[in-house]
Design a protein around this ligand. Structure first.
Ligand code: AMP
Ligand code: GLY
Length: 421
């Protein structure tokens, strides 16, 4: 099979790395890819949101399956466009992807399907939003409705801060169209867990649960980022909790989408807060998580091509998906200054190549070639994953592996997986 992966981050590197191990794959492409991805796939310089360009490429190369990494092309309707042109694509339609691209849509779905989530209200007028939030206790959460690269959520500690967030979104248009509606939500204090699942419109098969580390600073301090590290499996997701999440969250979501004529094919991602053992959904995503994918896929034993194909061909019920008993930890190395301003083009030394059977792998997130030299090209630069029989070993191995890697301004959290160790 000829496979095209769309995207250029650590998640896409993990996808490409895993697909490259499949005996069924004869040729792998990635658009646009990055320096690390070019080790396993031919990178083609087409942007992830250039839908006509991607379609043209898939047709001319006779791509058998396209796997969409990021949310933006899904929200733009890449799956609809590809299907219309008889191209097989792994990822939900634009309408189904609204579970991620509109938090108000996701909230309505959850309400209709009785999916446990934080109480919330949606507003388009700043005055009404502010009036409402002043009747609510703090901390309180203000969210932009649309896609904002994980930066559209403010957990406000005071009414003042919440008011500012509302004005910033609705009046200053800080997130453009994505912030034309805001959701004001009850703050739930607890432990977060990610459960991703494959879904083919009817059947849902869960992956291993993972935990992301969203804040920039050790001890979960400082601003939110795209994710500074992850581990899997997350012991917080006991078999009982996983069962509850399947029965009360993932199946109702998939059924609710099918009922409104938007069946969901792809990966459904539930970001959940667990308080006193009870789960509340904070967000749905319509794709693989980043950096969760960098710890979950290395633990997948079944051929990923078989899984993706079963989803696309709506026969997931006939497939058993097998997982390793090991644990994985991923530590993200970022550019100094991230998630604020940072420089790019900084030379990186000491990155080992990944072999398919290695137990440590360096997934590239924001890297590019500058001649013969690999340089930084983004805020999150590398994700160093280690797989080991237990989490403690995986953690120490991940930190050992990143010791040889150097670039000016490099930063990483030193406490990934500490919450369970
Ligand atoms: P989201 O993009 O909706 O997952 O929000 C980003 C992050 O903000 C989450 O991972 C949580 O850490 C935090 N967050 C979002 N909603 C809530 C909430 N209702 N209560 C507490 N924290 C939240
Ligand atoms: N890890 C958070 C996300 O993928 O949205």
């Amino acid at each position: 099979m000829k496979i095209l992966v769309i995207g250029s981050g650590g998640r896409e590197h993990a996808l490409v790395w895993k697909l490259a191990q499949s005996p069924r794959v004869t040729k792998l492409f990635c658009a646009p890819g990055n320096a690390g991805i070019s080790q396993h796939a031919t990178c083609v310089p087409i942007a992830a949101d250039d839908l006509p360009g991607l379609q043209k490429f898939a047709v001319s190369e006779r791509i058998d399956l396209t796997v969409v990494g990021p949310e933006v092309p899904l929200a733009l309707g890449i799956a609809d466009l590809f299907r219309k042109n008889k191209l097989k694509v792994f990822g939900p339609t634009k309408n189904a992807a609204r579970i991620e691209s509109s938090k108000a849509f996701a909230k309505d779905l959850m309400l209709r399907q009785k999916i446990p989530t934080a109480a919330s209200r949606t507003f388009e007028q700043a005055s009404a939003a502010i009036h409402y939030l002043e009747t609510q206790p703090v901390p309180i959460v203000v969210k932009a409705d649309g896609l904002a690269q994980g930066k559209g959520v403010v957990v406000a500690q005071s009414h003042e801060e919440a008011r500012e967030a509302v004005l910033n979104m609705l009046e200053q248009h800080a997130f453009g169209a994505a912030g034309q509606r805001v959701i004001i939500e009850e703050c739930i204090q607890g432990e977060e867990v990610t459960l991703m699942a494959f879904a083919d419109g009817k059947t849902v098969k869960p992956m291993l649960a993972a935990q992301d580390h969203k804040r920039i600073g050790a001890g979960d301090t400082g601003p939110n980022t795209g994710g500074m590290g992850a581990y899997a499996p997350a012991p917080l997701a006991t078999p009982a909790l996983r069962y509850t999440l399947m029965r009360e969250v993932l199946y109702p979501a998939i059924e609710g989408l099918a009922r409104v004529g938007s069946p969901f094919f792809g990966v459904i991602y539930a970001g959940v807060m667990v308080r006193d053992g009870v789960p509340y959904v904070l967000e749905f995503n319509a794709r693989f998580g980043d950096p969760e994918t960098q710890v979950v896929l290395p633990l997948l034993k079944t051929d990923l091509v078989d899984v993706l194909e079963a989803v696309v061909e709506h026969r997931l019920d006939q497939l058993d998906i097998e997982w390793s008993e090991d644990a994985a930890v991923c530590v993200v190395m970022s550019s100094g200054g991230y998630p604020g301003k940072y420089s790019t083009g900084v030379p990186i030394s000491g990155i080992p190549d990944i072999g398919s059977s290695d137990s440590s792998m360096v997934f590239h997130a924001g890297t590019a070639w500058n001649g013969e030299q690999i340089v930084t090209s983004g805020g999150r630069v590398l994700g160093v994953t280690a797989v080991s029989p237990n989490l403690a070993k995986a953690k120490s191995q991940a930190y050992e592996s990143l010791e040889g890697i150097r670039f000016d301004g490099q930063y990483y959290r030193n406490d990934i997986a500490n919450r369970v160790l």
